[in-house]
Write a protein that binds this ligand. Sequence first.
Ligand code: HEM
Ligand code: HEM
Length: 124
Amino acid sequence: MGARFIQVSAVYFLIGVVVGLVMGIAEAFQYTSAHAHINLLGWASLAIVGVIYSIYPEAGKTKLANAQFWLHNIGLPLLIVSMILFANGVIGVGIPLASIGGLLVIASVVLFLINAFRNVKARA
Ligand code: HEM
Ligand code: HEM
């Protein structure tokens, strides 16, 4: 899964920097949270996980890694959409979306934690 995490992180990276530039030029700073999380949860976190799974392929091959990948990549877009809705004052739909998206991302991190302790082993 290492390569897939890195490939998806590159997609978030491009979206994140484009949003940053457009937001800066338009002075639409209400989108800062969406921009920050596309870059930090999308680009930075997924790239770090991808590098870890490339260094420890035995952890990257597990069902835990696969489930982590999908939970993160379903949860994060929901979280980002909720942040865009909040930026536009749409609170009613934003709260359940943020809750579901945030919980899915947290669940993916829990799987990563379990996988790291079970399958990332120090080498002799
Ligand atoms: C071409 C690339 C980028 C542009 C043009 C850009 C632009 C911006 C702008 C205009 C802001 C709002 C600043 C403010 O509210 O005063 C911002 C905030 C932020 N950006 Fe970027 N950004 C870029 C790339 C990145 C990357 C690669 C990351 C992370 C890996 C990142 C992380 C953040 C964070 C965390 C904030 C919020 C900072 C805070 O809360 O004070 N940005 N960015
Ligand atoms: C389930 C995961 C996460 C949720 C639900 C979440 C949610 C939030 C929320 C609600 C805010 C306040 C936004 C605002 O005031 O408009 C925030 C701010 C921030 N978060 Fe997160 N966050 C998560 C994970 C992370 C991670 C993993 C990082 C870094 C790697 C991060 C970095 C930041 C930064 C830099 C800010 C301040 C920038 C800004 O939005 O203005 N967050 N987060």
